[in-house]
Design a protein around this ligand. Structure first.
Ligand SMILES: [Zn+2]
Length: 148
């Protein structure tokens, strides 16, 4: 059994600040918090990020962190399924690394305008809501130095 309890904790913290926490691990892999009025409150739905009604539902992370992949989908797409499970495990272990380096905020989808925000993968407001650290100017220069 795969356990993603750290992801549940991250969403529990965010749910105190945001009504419907969600995170795009990639454009085609989005985690959505199931709210209090849903059938499985506090769990996390895993989808391909398409609009409601058109999206593919991949499965659910249960309250105790247990990953439950939709079995029909797993049978039909075993390789894609493995990829997605690997991404979910990587996000659970190292969320900051999985979010880093993108043009839109992983949480709210807003365009990120500064190099600092692009490198961390989220804006200042979402950093507060999700209780995630912000990188400093000094760290940006270090990162750029590494690439030379
Ligand atoms: Zn944001």
């Amino acid at each position: 059994m795969i356990n993603l309890a750290s992801t549940i904790v991250l969403f529990q913290q965010a749910s105190k600040q945001v009504s419907f926490p969600q995170v795009a691990i990639r454009d085609d892999l989005v985690l959505l918090w199931a709210g209090r009025n849903s059938r499985h409150p506090g769990t996390i739905n895993i989808t391909d990020g398409k609009p409601f009604g058109k999206s593919q539902w991949y499965g659910r992370i249960m309250l105790d962190g247990e990953l439950r992949i939709a079995s029909h989908w797993q049978r039909e797409n075993p390789e894609l399924c493995d990829d997605i499970v690997n991404l979910l495990v990587a996000f659970d272990e190292e969320p900051l690394i999985m979010l880093a380096d993108r043009n839109r905020c992983a949480f709210c989808g807003k365009l990120l305008k500064t190099r600092q925000h692009q490198l961390q993968g989220y804006g200042s407001e979402c950093a507060k809501h999700w209780q995630l650290p912000e990188i400093s100017k000094g760290q940006i220069e270090l990162n750029l130095g590494d690439k030379k």
